[in-house]
Design a protein around this ligand. Structure first.
Ligand SMILES: Cc1cn([C@H]2C[C@H](O)[C@@H](COP(=O)(O)OP(=O)(O)OP(=O)(O)O)O2)c(=O)[nH]c1=O
Length: 194
């Protein structure tokens, strides 16, 4: 018997913390993949493909017998997929694009073991108030935007930009917990006994 319930194929401390919130003990096994968007790929297809690739790479590379979870989050506005900003100007460009608008945050989640793979997509609508370039530059200096899709963290200082959220909050932080708990039932992982 393993001391762990699940293997998390991710470097993200936020995904780890969200799974711990459900009481799950996770073995963290980051995988490094090419995260380029394929030609003609929709945002929905992109996050689901990367989630499956992360889960499958985690399973193969770690050699674990635990179910493996992979996940990918992106921000979508005006048909554009926003990943992590490459520098300050890129972050400013993203945040000004989102200013005063509603965008979508999409997360694909996949869980696999030797026998099966299941995946799910979660979409949340987030509305920003108007933000100024000066606020965005100050925000960049906090270091918070650098490793976040769309260049912001709802769970951090960017909370002051977020006017409203429709849908799953945990999805925006990187892992939709309701959908994840449902997926894990396929692997006999129950959070609570019914
Ligand atoms: C929009 C938004 C994104 N994010 C994060 C969630 C994801 O961790 C990150 C998007 O990058 P991802 O590539 O989805 O994940 P990651 O690089 O952090 O981890 P890994 O690939 O190893 O699994 O942005 C927030 O934390 N808060 C937010 O409000």
């Amino acid at each position: 018997m393993s001391a762990f319930d699940l293997c998390l194929a991710s470097a993200s401390p936020r995904r780890m913390a969200l799974l711990q919130q459900l009481g799950l003990q996770c073995l963290q096994y980051p995988v490094d993949l090419d995260e380029s968007v394929l030609p003609h790929e929709s945002a929905e297809q992109y996050v689901l493909r990367l989630a499956r690739e992360k889960a499958q790479a985690g399973l193969t590379q770690s050699g674990t017998h635990l179910p493996v979870l992979g996940s990918d989050t992106c921000v979508v506005f005006d048909q554009q997929i926003l990943g992590k900003p490459v520098d300050e100007e890129d972050a400013l460009r993203m945040l000004m694009m989102l200013s005063g608008q509603t965008h979508q945050v999409m997360t694909g989640v996949a869980v696999c073991d030797q026998e099966q793979i299941h995946s799910v997509l979660s979409i949340t609508e987030v509305t920003f108030r108007q933000v100024t370039p000066s606020e965005c530059r100050q925000y960049w200096k906090t270091g918070e935007p650098a490793d976040k899709a769309g260049g912001y963290a709802i769970q951090g200082l960017a909370a002051v930009f977020v006017q409203s959220v429709a849908g799953s909050y945990s999805n925006v932080v990187g892992l939709p917990l309701y959908e994840t708990a449902e997926l894990l039932k396929n692997y006999n992982i129950q959070i609570l006994d019914a």
